[in-house]
Design a protein around this ligand. Structure first.
Ligand code: PDD
Length: 290
């Protein structure tokens, strides 16, 4: 089994390379996108906020009535083993659970065993200068379903939006539903307006990001006023600062939206402060108790 710096897979009980990993064409993940996932960041060989991601994985699975028997401790053990076997220090740990393999038929099959996949890959790099200069975004109608709180592997609207952003030369697509800003195609969104940090409430319209919750927490600790509230696209244009958050991009300043300059057109001090505090938390991340 090749074990190089490019990643490693654990699939239904065995470790293997990406090249060796095979899934049936009748897997319901492939047929129906009938599954859920998580992305966990590994810093310096240690998974960050693993427990929070596992909790959300269970919530997502439960919301689609997908029952999987594997314990959190076992998933953590596998995650840690992927880290040590792959020798990747800064990585993305991916977890995907689908309803399993059965002849194609929409309703749940009676006898079925979930497909459980964990994999590790090096971190995808941010575009050159993204943190220092900020990135640009475009707004697009939110064409997703009414259960965006579930971290479902069904990501077609997100994929299409991201591609539109890329073709427009932008880094992220920001979704607007009935005039209300929801989130990015793969991130949560924050703005600073009149000195108050604002982010959309965690309801069915967004994925409640682990990074989002950490940022709200850090803001509280720093004495920065924050609000979870609905806002329209005009508030984005008026904001002093805008930033997006996710496991993959951490806290990234957005300095241009729909070709309009946001604030001073460069990363702001609140984003900078929260980013420093976030990095401090990462540094304090304890080694896993295994
Ligand atoms: N995406 N909203 C959406 C739609 C997302 O896909 C993500 C993360 C987030 C941020 O969540 P968190 O802070 O827990 O990573 C919000 C992951 C990274 C992905 O699909 O690759």
């Amino acid at each position: 089994m090749p074990m190089n710096g490019n990643g490693l897979v654990w699939l239904n009980g065995s470790f293997m390379s990406f090249e060796e990993a095979r899934i049936s064409i009748e897997d319901r993940g492939f047929q129906f996108a009938d599954g859920v996932y998580e992305v966990v960041r590994v810093y310096d060989g240690k998974p960050f906020t693993f427990q929070e991601h596992l909790k959300r994985l269970r919530q997502s699975a439960s919301l689609i009535e997908l029952d999987f028997k594997i314990e959190d401790d076992r998933l953590k053990e596998i995650g840690q083993e992927l880290v040590s076997r792959s020798d990747l220090k800064d990585a993305e740990l991916y977890i995907q659970i689908t309803r399993g393999v059965a002849p194609r038929s929409h309703a749940f099959p009676r006898e079925i065993y979930p497909t459980i996949l964990l994999s590790i890959r090096p971190v995808r790099p941010l575009p050159e200068g993204a943190l220092e200069k900020g990135v640009s975004a475009i707004t697009l109608p939110d064409e997703r379903w009414a259960r965006c709180n579930i971290k479902s592997i069904s990501l077609l609207p997100n994929v299409l939006a991201k591609e539109k952003a890329r073709r427009a030369g932008a880094y992220e697509a920001i979704f607007i539903r009935n005039g209300i800003v929801t989130e990015g195609a793969s991130s949560n969104i924050f703005l600073l307006l009149e000195g108050v940090l604002r982010t959309p409430p965690a309801d069915w319209r967004i994925l409640r990001g682990i990074t989002r919750d950490l940022v709200l927490n850090l803001a509280g600790k720093e004495g920065l006023p924050s609000k979870e509230e609905e806002f329209g696209v005009e508030k984005l244009y008026q904001a002093e600062e805008v930033f997006i958050t996710s496991t993959a991009i951490e806290i990234l300043p957005v300095v241009e939206i729909d070709k309009r300059k946001i604030g001073a057109g460069k990363p702001g001090t609140v984003q900078h402060l929260l980013y420093q505090k976030f990095k401090q938390l990462v540094k304090e991340n304890p080694a896993p108790a295994l």
